[in-house]
Design a protein around this ligand. Structure first.
Ligand SMILES: CC(C)(COP(=O)(O)OP(=O)(O)OC[C@H]1O[C@@H](n2cnc3c(N)ncnc32)[C@H](O)[C@@H]1OP(=O)(O)O)[C@@H](O)C(=O)NCCC(=O)NCCS
Length: 253
């Protein structure tokens, strides 16, 4: 279900914005936007940022990266304005120990949960209510070797799945990336980000590239993890060359 999430000066952004409502996933709304905007649209989004966010944008090693960060935050603020009714520039964020942002102050009581991922010129934002959420996207066009990452961060089952398609390098990289974004979406949902637990997650069971539901119910969770308490689904409708996943807690504990 496509909707226009922004208004006014950011109209240019709307043309590249799509939304996916994940049916059966508990009404998590996933928005996707291109970040390389016109200078006017970029400035409009930058104007929504808080002083600390402007400092962060200025600290990026390149202007392009800083602008993409600022645009992502501006888009997030506009989306949260629509959900909360509070002007985007007035929204305040709190951060957990590992850096996951959430709504701060009185807005925290609304139960609005969100998460963001951005890579290259693409950003996605997942917004829901009452349940923790994590999202991750990645480009399948990377060139760095994957062997070391698979060895360090993939479960034994994931390693087997990746090894099975070793004869087709392109397919193997896509499978690697799909598994990676599932793991990262789940860990971001938990608020940890990539941590020492990453190799304990296992999303090997949805190895069919056309699969869109990799709900973890079919995989017993590791003793110290709660993977089976989450729906983790591959995102549809991303631009060619990108894959993504969204993880939604079945309930807040
Ligand atoms: C969160 C993390 C996974 C981001 O990875 P990434 O692929 O570079 O970035 P993504 O675009 O997917 O996500 C970044 C967004 O996730 C959100 N985020 C930040 N920390 C987060 C966390 N711990 N959990 C969930 N979401 C987080 C922010 O909105 C961030 O956007 P911003 O950079 O515009 O502020 C990574 O920074 C991480 O693992 N952090 C945890 C702690 C840490 O620094 N560990 C060091 C490595 S062991």
């Amino acid at each position: 279900m496509a909707r226009r999430p922004v208004r006014g000066g950011a109209e240019l952004m709307c043309a590249d914005t799509l939304a996916t409502e994940i049916d059966g996933g508990g009404n998590v709304h996933v928005w996707c936007a291109r970040l390389d905007l016109s200078p006017e649209a970029g400035e409009g989004l930058h104007a929504l940022l808080s002083p600390d966010e402007r400092l962060r944008a200025a600290a990026y090693p390149s202007a392009v990266q800083g602008t993409r960060f600022a645009s992502t935050r501006g888009i997030l603020r506009q989306l949260l304005e629509q959900v909360t009714g509070v002007p985007g520039r007035a929204i305040q964020f709190a951060y957990n120990r590992d850096g996951k942002p959430s709504l701060a102050g009185d807005l925290a009581a609304l139960g609005v949960e969100f998460n963001v991922s951005h890579t290259r010129d693409l950003a996605v934002v997942a917004v829901t209510r009452g349940r923790e959420v994590g999202i991750d996207i990645a480009s399948t066009g990377g060139v760095a070797p994957i062997d070391n990452l698979v060895a360090r961060f993939f479960s034994p089952e994931e390693r087997v799945a990746v090894a099975k398609v070793a004869a087709d390098g392109e397919r193997q990289r896509e499978l690697f990336t799909r598994i990676w974004v599932r793991k990262e979406a789940y860990l971001k949902g938990r608020g940890e980000g990539i941590s020492q637990w990453v190799h304990l997650t296992d999303f090997s069971h949805a190895t069919d590239h056309s699969a869109t539901d990799c709900s973890a119910t079919s995989t017993p969770s590791r003793p110290d993890r709660d993977q089976d308490a989450w729906d983790v689904r591959d995102l549809r409708g991303l631009p060619t060359g990108y894959v993504g996943s969204v993880a939604l807690a079945r309930r807040i504990e």
